[in-house]
Each structure stands twice: as C-alpha cells, then as structure tokens.
Design a protein around this ligand. Structure first.
Ligand code: ADP
Ligand code: MG
Length: 590
C-alpha cells in the first residue's frame, strides 16, 4: 500500500481525539485560553450538557483581525517560541492545538476585539473557515461552539447523558474558580445560572459562593513558604468526613491536577484522625519551580510528573499534619486506644472464661465460650448505641445450638475473631454491621411510617450551592417518600424537618452523602437502595471502636443469619473463613 501524508483536516480530527474527549475538554481549553489572555471575568454558558452549545466569553486582551486565522492553525501559539520556553511555561496553553482541534469537530463562531484594533468575527465549520470579517465586538473574546461532533458520529455516541456531561463541566469550572479567586467566573447551564464567583481574590468567599456556606464553615487555612515550595489552601477539620475524594482539589502551579503522591500525603496527614475510607475536604495549591514539574505528560495536562516526588510528599504531609496538630483537633481517642497492645478487655476475659496471656495480645487458650455468656455481656455494655434502633432479630434464643459461635475477641478494634463449625472466621466489624442494618432496612416495606421517621424538634437549616439545591429539588419527591422532609426556604437554603430513623443524629452527614451520590449517579435507578446503603454505612459501628463480646456476638449472629452474609452492600467482604484444613495446609501439616 502506498504511504501518503494525511491532510490537515484529518490530522486535526485525530488530534481532536486526544484533546477533545468530551464537552468538558472544550470548556477547559477555552477557559484556559481566557485565563492566559489576562481576563478577570469569564462567563461560561452551555446547552444540553455542551453538545449543542458551549459559549465562553472573556474580557481579556482579544485577538486581532489578522491573527484570528492563525489561532485556528495547528501548532500556532503566541505562548512559546523556542524549546527552552518549555521549561518555563507560565501559561496554561502552549501546544497550539486546542482551537484547530475544537474547530475540526464542531461549528465555531468567534467574536473578538484587541485593544486599539477593530472587532472581528469568524466562523468555521468542520475546521473550514467560512467567514472572516471586521465586526463590532466588545473588548475581549467570545467563542461559541455548536453541534459538537456533528461530523464524527462515532465520537458523539460516546457522550454520556446531558446531566453527566454538564456535571463534569460544572466540576471543572469549580476547580478553575477556586484556583483563580481573582477572576469572576460565572456558569450557567440550559439558561440556569449556577454560580458567579465574586472575583475579589478571597478563597473563602469563592468557596462560599460555589459550595454554599455550610461547606465553607469549618475549613482551616493552610499556608507555607519555604525552600522550594509554597503551599496554600483550605483543609477541613477531622469532623468533616466525606466518603470519596470528590472534595479534594489539588493544584500545581495553578493547574488543576490529579496526583497520587499528593493524595497519599493527605491520607497520611489525616491518618488516625479519619478512618481509611473517610476523606477530608482539601483545597491545596502547590507552587514550585516550573522546571521541577513536567506538565507535558498528557495532552489534557491533567497529570503531572514531579522531579522530586519524595520531597513533595514530605512537605505536603508536614504542612497539613502541622495544621491539624496545632488546631484543637487532636488525635482521636479511639485511635490511641487501638494502638494499645491490649486487645481484649480484661473485664470481658472473665465473662468469656478465656485464659488470656495479657502480655501477648491475641494468644489464647481456653474453653469455647458459652453463647448465653456473651449475650449477657452484650446487654451490660453501656454507651453503645449502634443497636438502639435495630432490634436485631437474631436474639440469643435463636442461635442454633449445634451451630455454636465462639467469639474469640477483637483485634485492632476493627476485626472480630470467632470460631464456628470447623473454621476460624474473621469479620470486618463495620462491614458486617453495615450489612446487617442494610438488610433490616431493606426488609422494611416503607421508610416513611410514623414509627420509622424522626421528626426534628427544630428544623435543620442548610446553606447549599445552587447545584445541590437543584439536585435535591429533582429528587425531592422520592426523598420525601423515604422520610426526608426537605423544604426550600430561600434561593440557597433548605429546611430539613424529618429524616428516616436510621439517619437521626447524623442528618447532615447522611444528606451530604446523598447529594454526592445524586450528583454522581442521578440517572441510576433505585435511589432507595442507595439511600439505605448510605444510612447503614453511617449507622454501622466504625472500625476503631472497642466492642464487648456481647456486641460482637450480636453482630455475628445477625450477620450469619442472613442468606447472603459474605458481602456488604458495597460488595466488599464482611467475613472471611479459614477452615481447619486451610490452617493445616498453611502450617504445612499436610
Ligand atoms: P495555545 O493555547 O496552546 O496557544 P490554542 O489553540 O488554544 O493554543 O490557541 C491558539 C492561540 O489563539 C493562542 O496562543 C492565543 O494567542 C490565541 N487565543 C485563543 N483564545 C484566546 C482568547 N480567549 N483571548 C486571546 N487570545 C486567544
Ligand atoms: Mg489554549
């Protein structure tokens, strides 16, 4: 076959495959251009999740009539001139790929005016310039992208739903607004405005505008200058717990990025203050010499490579840890306890009748435990509310005698060891309890009967972002049918009047989690199941909690009474079984 050079149009389409994956990638490129142009006001409007319309308007330095055609040429950029410049990139763009790529897969209109120049209007279709003329235009640039992927139907098919695509754009804009509090960003989708940041250079004000004042409350400022790094931003107290990293925003030299090293440093800093599955809210800005970070790893520039990962890890860890230590949020007591070598409470040893060698945790000899014994111990346990509303069905009487369960004890305040049949079982106490609660809630016909709903004495008011308001509004009816009585009492505030019982006492936590879930999975069916999952997770006893033998017994009894007891609602194992044979094999007795 003959080898031929590809024509420009085709080259652009191929490049577009790398740069322009979805509407959010276009928004990203356009706002980066606006930022590079020195704008302090950037307005983004989208329609149908960006597939029909993406419009970005700025008040930056504009592009002159003669330069416009160049802007749409491949590898044409005003931002770097020679190879050395690659080591000192201070602008967000530099590849000169975005505009030609965008233009090759959509219909683009551009209005611009540079200082002292006449205004200009250009329109392109599938990369071909159709019009280029002098046209009055306000100072700055406005780019309108329509009918994305109209000429590449295969790519169009890969777009997600309107909601998903607009969520991505929303999230992206939040990031840029956070890192540029000096720029006023506004975002509207299908004619509804979601936020307009003040542009007054205040990060807390910006956070409040985007996420609502409830979110902003309880964040602490971090700041560090020294050696080769500067760090700034906001971090949450360990009282704030999120179940994912969606509220961690990391920026390196003002570029939003994903960085496993930095996530690890954050996790380590909160270690002992949060559990492994809980995540803090972090907005972190790291500045370092541009030559020490390679942003050119990926066409979308969302990943970076550091020349010295180890020292980045160290400095981020130290700065956050230092802040947490200096503030009043000391290490949580449960954690300290779980570090203690003693594992089984002496009081419990008596009730169980185990001969426990106190100097060597986990070593025991002794007789099997009588079931009734641990039940009594469980009832005696005070201050443990995890069972309060659960009335576990499998009481002591229901334990099948021949199926004796012998609770051996607890390790790391997190795992329950037991012997049953011919096996040693190890249960994850949180996952096991979560599963038990989940199944109980699922069995309830309704979450919305008088005896299953907790009316709040004083309605709880929450200040939310417009996005959150929007999301709650859409699911209000279904939430109400589960017992969440929510009412909008202002453009950005709601009052919560009742919650399902299992959420009582954890109303805010549960509601935030539900909003997070709705934001991610709005179109997934079975909201009830998801809400139940969230409530059981919040209600279940946490890892790091000391349990009495009785409490452990109740969890295990109820768990093993379930048909499908081996996995928690998230699909993780609840209990692991090692048979006598397994042990024999492990010790090479066979
Ligand atoms: P890059 O940003 O990598 O230089 P682009 O294709 O995104 O490449 O843009 C090409 C050029 O068009 C830029 O270098 C810049 O000179 C100009 N340009 C693009 N958008 C704007 C804007 N909003 N304001 C001013 N100039 C712009
Ligand atoms: Mg660019």
């Amino acid at each position: 076959m003959a080898i031929k050079l590809l024509d420009d149009d085709l080259i652009n389409k191929i490049a577009a495959g790398e740069v322009i994956e979805r509407p959010a990638s276009i928004v990203k490129e356009l706002i980066e251009n606006s930022i590079d142009s020195g704008a302090d006001r950037i307005t983004v409007r989208i329609g149908s999740g960006g597939r029909e319309l993406i419009e970005v308007e700025d008040n930056g330095q504009g592009i002159s009539f003669s330069q416009v055609p160049l802007a749409f040429l491949r590898h044409a950029t005003s931002k770097i001139k020679q190879e050395e410049d690659l080591l000192h990139i201070s602008t967000l763009g530099f590849r000169g790929e975005a505009l030609p790529s965008i233009a090759s897969v959509s219909r683009v209109e551009l209005y611009s005016q540079a200082p002292g120049e006449p205004g200009v209007y250009t329109c392109l279709e599938g990369g071909q310039q159709l019009v280029h003329q002098i046209h009055p235009s306000p100072p700055g640039t406005r780019i309108v992208v329509k009918d994305l992927f109209y000429n590449t139907p295969a790519r169009k098919k890969f777009l997600k739903s309107t909601v998903t695509e607009s969520n991505r754009i929303h999230e992206l804009l939040c990031r840029y607004a956070l890192v540029r509090p000096n720029i006023s960003f506004s975002f509207s989708s299908d004619k509804k405005t979601y936020f307009k940041t003040p542009g007054n250079n205040s990060l807390p004000d910006t956070v409040r505008t985007i996420f609502g004042s409830d979110f902003a409350e309880g964040l602490m400022e971090i700041s560090y200058r020294g050696g080769d790094y500067r760090i700034g931003g906001l971090i949450s107290s360990p009282k704030v717990k999120r179940s994912n990293r969606r509220n961690q925003f990391v920026f390196v030299n003002q570029r939003p990025i994903k960085s496993p090293v930095i996530y690890r440093a954050i996790d380590q800093a909160y270690q002992g203050r949060l559990l492994s599955r809980e995540h803090p809210v972090v907005i972190l800005f790291l500045e370092l010499e541009p030559s020490r970070v390679d942003v050119n790893v990926h066409p979308q520039k969302s990943e970076v490579r550091f020349s010295d990962e180890q020292s980045i890890f160290r400095v981020v860890l130290d700065v956050i840890r230092d802040k947490l230590e200096k503030s009043s949020y000391g290490v949580n007591i449960n954690y300290l306890q779980s570090q203690r070598p003693g594992i089984i409470d002496p009081a419990e040893i008596k009730t169980t009748g185990y001969d426990y060698l106190s100097e060597q945790p986990g070593v025991f000899t002794g007789q099997p435990l009588d079931n009734t014994e641990y039940t009594r111990a469980g009832e005696a346990a005070a201050g443990f509310d995890a069972f309060a509303h659960n009335s576990l069905s499998g009481g002591p009487e229901q334990i099948v005698q021949e199926d004796r369960i012998n609770i051996i004890g607890q390790v790391f305040d997190s795992y329950i060891l037991l012997q049953k049949d011919d096996s040693l079982w190890i249960a994850d106490q949180h996952a096991a309890h979560e599963k038990v609660i989940f199944e109980q809630l699922r069995a309830q016909k309704s979450l919305e009967q008088p005896d299953t709903v907790q009316e709040l004495l004083l309605p709880l008011t929450l200040e939310l972002s417009s996005k959150q308001m929007d999301i709650l509004e859409t699911s209000r009816e279904s939430l109400l049918s589960m017992g969440f009585d929510l009412q909008a009492i202002g453009p950005n505030s709601i009052a919560l009047r009742s919650v399902p019982l299992p959420a009582a006492g954890r109303e805010k936590e549960v509601l935030y989690e539900i909003m997070d879930d709705l934001m991610l999975n709005r179109e997934l069916p079975d909201l009830r199941r998801r809400v139940i999952t969230i409530m059981s997770c919040k209600k279940a006893v946490k890892a790091g909690t000391r349990l009495s033998i009785g409490e452990m017994g109740k969890i295990i009894d109820s768990l093993l009474a379930l048909e499908d007891y081996a996995h928690c609602p998230h699909g993780r194992p609840t209990i692991i079984r090692l048979t006598y044979d397994d042990l024999e094999r492990m010790f090479k007795r066979r």
